[in-house]
Design a protein around this ligand. Structure first.
Ligand code: ZN
Length: 81
């Protein structure tokens, strides 16, 4: 594995902050680093798309909060990586 930038985040770190990223809850620097990672990492990029679609769907269904069971299931999926 080649590290090209000293600011490069690992996938693990990106995943950990993905929700905050979606919520625009991160400071500019962190957000930029994640954005940078997402542009080069297909795995995290599709993960982001997955989360985004999921959120849209939840919002469309009229509930702002994801059902607890669903959230637990998402956590389980994320834990696998
Ligand atoms: Zn990644």
């Amino acid at each position: 594995m080649i590290t090209m930038s000293e600011n490069r985040l690992s996938c693990e770190e990106v995943v950990k902050q993905l929700f905050a990223y979606l919520d625009a809850d991160l400071d500019e620097t962190t957000s930029a680093h994640i954005h940078q990672h997402l542009e080069t990492c297909r795995a995290c990029c599709s993960r982001l798309e997955f989360e985004r679609t999921l959120r849209t769907r939840i919002q469309e269904s009229g509930t702002r909060q994801a059902p607890e069971r669903l959230q637990r299931r998402i956590r389980k999926i994320l834990d696998r990586y």
